[in-house]
Ligand binder design. Structure first.
Ligand SMILES: Nc1ncnc2c1ncn2[C@@H]1O[C@H](COP(=O)(O)OP(=O)(O)O)[C@@H](O)[C@H]1O
Ligand SMILES: [Mg+2]
Length: 273
């Protein structure tokens, strides 16, 4: 079937699709792949994009980091994961890109059980999922432009696409004029913007953000939240772990609250309790 032949590569293409991408020797094949992907993505619009079903995670046969976690995330949603340190927020995020696998239960992303997916398909899964971290994780010997371009180079995107997409995403995150700076020449907020640009440049279906405002002062953190909100409004699903009470209360998005590995609250337009 066309959809499975095109697979993840296509779902990422559809997110990034530009008419100009259809040119070139393999244009016809790509056209049909994109058509299949449109149908595929349409199917998931408004429907669940991520599903965790009775997920239990036990580290080293002794620490139960998640116990029987079940929830769905719809395409385009913005979800906060909140809870004390050690409650399982980062583990939940790592379940969604198969950095961790459950001892019990299953995780679906875009209709596929990612724990049953062969290892060879995992890179395609991860191309559809951008990651943002508290400590930015930038390459310190590369400039802003190079950090973002690198994310496209490693997945084999052609030079002309990189030339077009990197300036566009740096503009989106408000970093124009700072392309040639190195991370140590940027503020914390600017470094986080680079990391968001890097995560978003391939237009992933999902952004997973782990305490992205954790190292920032309140005003800078608010700016980062406004940016994530804007990215979410483009249709990208955002799942963000945080224990920043102020930000959760300001945004009024869905809140999933964890307590020692158990989901104790799942509330639309919630606050941090
Ligand atoms: N790689 C790991 N190995 C062993 N235990 C871990 C590992 N990662 C997390 N844990 C444990 O799992 C629990 C949940 O951790 P984590 O998901 O990091 O919580 P949070 O992000 O909410 O702080 C904690 O008890 C933590 O010590
Ligand atoms: Mg954590």
């Amino acid at each position: 079937m066309a959809i499975s032949m095109c697979s993840w590569r296509v779902t990422s293409s559809i997110a990034a699709a530009r008419k100009s991408d259809l040119r070139g020797p393999s244009g016809t094949a790509r056209f049909w792949c994109l058509r299949a992907a449109e149908t595929y993505v349409f199917h998931f619009r408004g429907a669940r994009l991520i599903r965790l079903e009775n997920v239990t995670k036990i580290y080293n046969s002794e620490v139960t980091a998640l116990r029987d976690a079940t929830f769905d995330v719809a395409k385009g949603e913005f979800v906060f994961l909140v809870g004390a340190s050690g409650s399982g927020k980062s583990t939940l995020l790592r379940m969604m890109n198969r950095q961790e696998s459950p001892e019990k239960g299953a995780v679906w992303v875009a209709g596929r059980n990612i724990n049953e997916m062969p290892d060879s398909k995992v890179p395609h899964l991860r191309r559809n999922i951008g990651n943002i971290f508290q400590d930015y994780k930038l390459l310190l010997n590369k400039t802003v432009h190079e950090n973002v371009a690198f994310a496209l180079e490693v997945i084999g995107r052609p030079k002309h696409v990189i030339r077009q997409q990197v300036p566009a995403v740096l503009d989106l995150v408000g970093l124009n004029g700072k392309e040639d700076r190195f991370p140590h020449q940027l503020s914390g907020g600017e470094q986080q913007r680079v990391s968001i640009a890097r995560a978003f440049v391939n237009r992933p279906l999902i952004l997973l953000a782990d305490e992205p405002t954790g190292n920032l002062d309140p005003a800078t953190g608010e700016g980062i939240m406004r940016l994530l909100d804007r990215i979410n409004k483009t249709g990208t699903t955002v799942v963000m772990a945080t224990h920043d009470q102020r930000i959760v209360n300001m945004m009024r998005k869905r809140v999933i609250q964890m307590d020692r590995g158990i989901i104790v609250r799942d509330q639309a337009r919630g606050v941090y309790e």
